[in-house]
Design a protein around this ligand. Structure first.
Ligand SMILES: [Zn+2]
Ligand SMILES: [Zn+2]
Length: 336
């Protein structure tokens, strides 16, 4: 009897370099892998294909790819997202759709939950400057399209679900950016944009109750209104410094060998006290990153990536090559 045929091999995971090539952020070693500027439908579709393939893999493996991508390419992705290439021959409606549904924005949607994204949004390094404009630009793009989205979502058509999806993921990304930013949403968006956005969200959370779009609208509306109300309350003192703890950090000098074990002291204000802004995204963990270690106090960030924190150097070393969740695969130096 013939041996059963093995399962057909699954296409390999798309790597950080594959994504960067697709987004036009690096030259491709493989001829034909890059998509020429202007061929934006092909880029958007191929991005979806890449993301769909990688989603079949475990979260850990995806996380390794996102960590590397974000460490090297997040600033450039944001810059390209802010300066979208608009082919001159597009009709205006197609160009409008492209504002929210493009490969760069969709990449940001995919990595918005990672600790590197948190780090980027909160960084005051020049490499992260473009990110400060992203929430406002995204909100303005959303408002440019919101009336038409509302119209398209309300009528049955082959594109109806696509518009729901585009609207929901744009609002999700905007919500993440606003929550991670420590500034008041109204000052980030501008009062008029915040007010216009609020009125759409109020309507959408009721109209799309019970589906993802309604949930995302409701959550962002709640966040905007509660933060806006707080905006009017008496001042409570300055918000926690975004990077003050990091810039004034004293690098521990005892028993340091190599980059991996460089630990940097971080002040209690980085991450720890900002519970309102970090509640629903994935910022630095509030306990030691070594699996099953319960310690929450006096944590020190990994001096190289600053995306994880430990109670002691022993746990940092043990986590570096810990089977099944080795930090060395996720640890990268960044410019932000
Ligand atoms: Zn520990
Ligand atoms: Zn690290």
């Amino acid at each position: 009897m013939a041996a059963p045929l093995p399962n057909p091999p699954m296409a390999p995971l798309f790597t950080s370099s594959d994504f960067a090539t697709l987004l036009g952020l690096r030259d491709s070693a493989t001829p034909g892998a890059a998509i020429p500027e202007g061929n934006e439908f092909a880029r958007t579709m191929r991005m979806e294909q890449y993301l769909r393939r990688n989603r079949l893999e475990g979260a850990d493996q995806q996380g390794v790819i996102w960590a590397k991508f974000c460490a090297h390419h997040l600033p450039a992705t944001v810059e390209r997202c802010l300066a979208l290439p608009f082919p001159a021959d597009w009709d205006p409606e197609v160009a409008d759709d492209f504002l929210l549904d493009n490969a760069w924005t969709n990449m940001l949607v995919a990595v918005q939950h990672t600790p590197y994204f948190t780090r980027y949004v909160r960084s005051s390094a020049p490499a992260a400057d473009a990110g400060k404009h992203l929430p406002r630009v995204l909100a303005e793009r959303f408002l440019t399209l919101a009336s038409r989205l509302e119209h398209e979502i309300a009528r049955p058509s082959p594109r109806q679900d696509r518009y729901k999806f585009v609207a929901a993921k744009s609002l999700l990304l905007l919500g993440t950016l606003l929550r991670l930013s420590r500034a008041e949403p109204r000052s980030v968006l501008g009062p008029q944009t915040a007010a216009r956005l609020g009125s759409f969200l109020r309507r959408w959370k009721a109209r799309h109750h019970g589906i993802f779009l309604g949930a995302v609208s409701g959550r962002l509306h709640y966040f905007l209104t509660t933060r806006l109300h707080r905006d009017r309350a008496p001042q409570l003192g300055p918000p926690p410094e975004t990077t003050g703890g990091e810039t004034s950090a004293t690098t521990a000098t005892n028993a340091m060998t190599g980059e991996a074990s460089a630990m940097t002291a971080t002040s209690a204000t980085t991450g720890e006290t900002s519970t309102t802004t970090t509640a629903t995204t994935a910022p630095l963990k509030r306990r030691c990153s070594f699996p099953s270690c319960p310690v929450r106090d006096n944590l020190q960030a990994c001096g190289r990536c600053r995306t994880v924190r430990y109670c002691c150097i022993e746990h940092q070393r043990a986590h570096w090559a810990h089977p099944g969740g080795e930090h060395k695969l996720n640890c990268h130096k960044t410019l932000y």
